[in-house]
Design a protein around this ligand. Structure first.
Ligand code: ADP
Ligand code: MG
Length: 434
C-alpha cells in the first residue's frame, strides 16, 4: 500500500502549490516504492540540486499533507538515484560497505581545504588511510556548519571495504534505549564493538545521560584495545561539555583533538566555487565574492543561499547575476545581521587608523574626510539606514552631501581596483564582527 501513498502524496501536493512550482520541480521526482518502507518514503530526483531544493522547500509541506491524510509522520527523503539504498544483492561475495547512513557526497574530494580546516582535514585523511595507528580517537570540534559531519562521512566513504558505523550520538542513544527495552543488549554490543571504524557525530549530546555514558565508556575501551578506530565530533572541547564524566573527557582527548574554525574569505569563495561546480550552477566571480562577503560563516547556510538563488533564477528563467544575488540576499542579510552605524565607525576607524570620534567630527583633515566618506558608503551598503538618517548621524544639514559621497565612492570603486579591494576588505571585517 506504500505505493499508493507515495503517488497520492505527489498528487495532493500538486493542488497545494502553484502549477509553475509543480511543473518545475515536483514533476521531476518519482516515488521509489522498492526502497520505501512504512516509516520511510523515498523519492528520486534527477540530480542533487532538485533533491536538495525539494528537501528544504517541499518536504515539510509533504509531511504536513501526509500527516493530515494518514495520521502519522514517516521520514521523507529525496535522493538522487545513485544515493538511494538498493536492495542487497545475494551474490556479492566481498564485504562491501553498504552503510546507508553515510552521505556519499561528503567525500574528501568534495571538501575544500583552507587555513581554517587544514588540520582537521589532514587528521581525518590520516585516520581514513591508516586505521587506529595515527590517532585514536580523533576528535574534531568546532561550530555549526563548518564541515565536521562532512569529514566524518568522508572517513567512512574512503573505507568501503571495511566495517564502518556512522551514527549521530542521538541515534546511538535511541538504539541503546531500544535494545535495552527489547533486552537485546548483547546485540547492541556486538553491533558497535565489531566494527573497524566507529564514527560518532555530535558527542556533546552525551551530556547528562549518565546511563549512556557508562555504556559508551565500555564500548570505547573495547574498541580502543582491539585497535578499532574511533572518530568523534563535538561542538565544543570535551572539557567544556557539562555533565560529562571525567573519565570520558580524558579518553576523548587521548588521541588527537583538532579544531575547525570559521572559513576565511578565500576559503568561502573556494567552497562556493566547488558547490557551484558540483551542482552545475553558473556564477561569475563578482557574484561569488558578493555571496562570500555577505553570508555568515555557516557553510550550510551558504549552500542554502545558492540553492535558493538557483531555484529562483530557473523559475524566472533568468541567469544568476550579481544584481539578482544582491537583491535576494542584500536586505535580508543586512537586517539579519543588524550591523549598526557604530560597528562600521569603529571597524573603519580601527582599520584606517583614525579615531571614530574624529570620523564623526567636522574635521576637514584629508585622512579623516576620506574615512568619513567610506563609513557613509559602507553604512548605505550594509545597514538599512536612509540618507536622511545618515545625515542626522553625522550632524549634517541635509542629505545632499550623503548622495554626493555615494556617487564619488561608487565611481572610485569602478575605476580603482585597489580601492575596491580595500572596501571589500572593510566589509568583511565589519561582517566578521557579527
Ligand atoms: P557541521 O557538522 O560542522 O555542522 P557539516 O559537515 O554538516 O557541518 O557541513 C555543512 C555543509 O557545509 C555540508 O553540506 C558540507 O558539505 C559543507 N561544507 C562544510 N565545510 C566544507 C568544505 N570545507 N568544503 C566543502 N563543503 C563544506
Ligand atoms: Mg554536524
Amino acid at each position: 500500500m506504500i505505493e499508493n501513498q507515495g503517488v497520492d502524496l505527489i498528487e495532493r501536493l500538486k493542488s497545494a502549490i502553484s502549477a509553475d512550482e509543480f511543473n518545475h520541480f515536483i514533476s521531476q521526482i518519482r516515488f521509489n516504492k522498492e526502497a520505501s518502507k512504512s516509516d520511510l518514503l523515498i523519492f528520486n530526483a534527477p540530480n542533487d540540486f532538485i533533491a536538495k531544493w525539494i528537501s528544504t522547500k517541499y518536504v515539510p509541506k509533504m509531511l504536513q499533507i501526509y500527516e493530515s491524510q494518514y495520521g502519522n509522520r514517516p521520514k521523507i527523503e529525496v535522493l538522487t538515484l545513485e544515493h538511494s539504498p538498493k536492495k542487497p544483492k545475494q551474490s556479492i561475495l566481498k564485504v562491501v560497505n553498504k552503510n546507508a547512513n553515510l552521505n556519499l557526497s561528503y567525500s574528501f574530494e568534495n571538501f575544500v581545504v583552507g587555513d581554517s580546516n587544514k588540520f582537521a582535514y589532514e587528521s581525518a585523511l590520516k585516520v581514513a588511510e591508516v586505521q587506529a595507528t595515527a590517532y585514536n580517537p580523533l576528535l574534531i570540534w568546532g561550530g555549526t556548519g563548518l564541515g565536521k559531519t562532512h569529514l566524518l562521512n568522508a572517513i567512512g566513504n574512503k573505507n568501503t571495504q571495511k566495517k564502518v558505523i556512522y551514527t549521530t550520538c542521538e541515534q546511538f542513544l535511541n538504539d541503546y534505549t531500544l535494545h535495552l527495552q527489547n533486552k537485546t543488549m548483547d546485540k547492541f554490543r556486538e553491533k558497535y564493538r565489531q566494527c573497524d571504524y566507529l564514527l560518532i557525530d555530535d558527542v556533546q549530546f552525551l551530556a547528562g545521560k549518565e546511563y549512556m555514558q557508562e555504556e559508551f565508556f565500555h564500548t570505547f575501551n573495547d574498541l580502543k584495545s582491539n585497535n578499532r578506530q574511533i572518530v568523534l565530533t563535538s561542538d565544543k572541547l570535551p572539557r567544556d561539555i557539562d555533565k560529562l564524566e571525567e573519565r570520558l573527557k580524558s579518553r576523548f582527548q587521548w588521541g588527537m583533538v583538532v579544531n575547525i574554525k570559521p572559513p576565511e574569505l578565500v576559503t568561502k569563495i573556494d567552497i562556493i566555487r566547488k558547490k557551484c561546480q558540483l551542482d552545475k550552477i553558473v556564477l561569475d566571480d563578482d557574484t561569488i565574492r558578493y555571496i562570500a562577503q555577505n553570508s555568515n560563516n555557516n557553510i550550510r547556510e551558504i549552500e542554502s543561499i545558492l540553492i535558493q538563488l538557483n531555484a529562483y533564477a530557473s523559475m524566472v528563467k533568468q541567469e544568476i547575476t550579481l544584481a539578482l544575488a544582491q537583491n535576494m540576499l542584500g536586505r535580508t542579510q543586512r537586517q539579519m545581521k543588524n550591523i549598526s552605524l557604530d560597528d562600521i565607525l569603529s571597524s573603519v576607524g580601527r582599520e584606517l587608523n583614525v579615531k571614530p570620534s574624529e570620523i564623526k567630527s567636522k574635521s576637514r583633515q584629508k585622512e579623516i574626510v576620506r574615512a568619513r566618506k567610506i563609513v557613509i558608503y559602507l553604512a548605505r551598503s550594509l545597514t538599512p539606514n536612509s540618507m536622511p538618517e545618515l545625515a542626522k548621524f553625522f550632524d549634517m544639514k541635509d542629505h545632499s552631501s550623503i548622495s554626493k559621497t555615494m556617487r564619488t565612492i561608487e565611481n572610485e570603486i569602478k575605476q580603482n581596483q585597489e580601492f575596491k579591494n580595500t572596501i571589500e576588505h572593510l566589509k568583511s571585517k565589519i561582517q566578521e564582527m557579527k
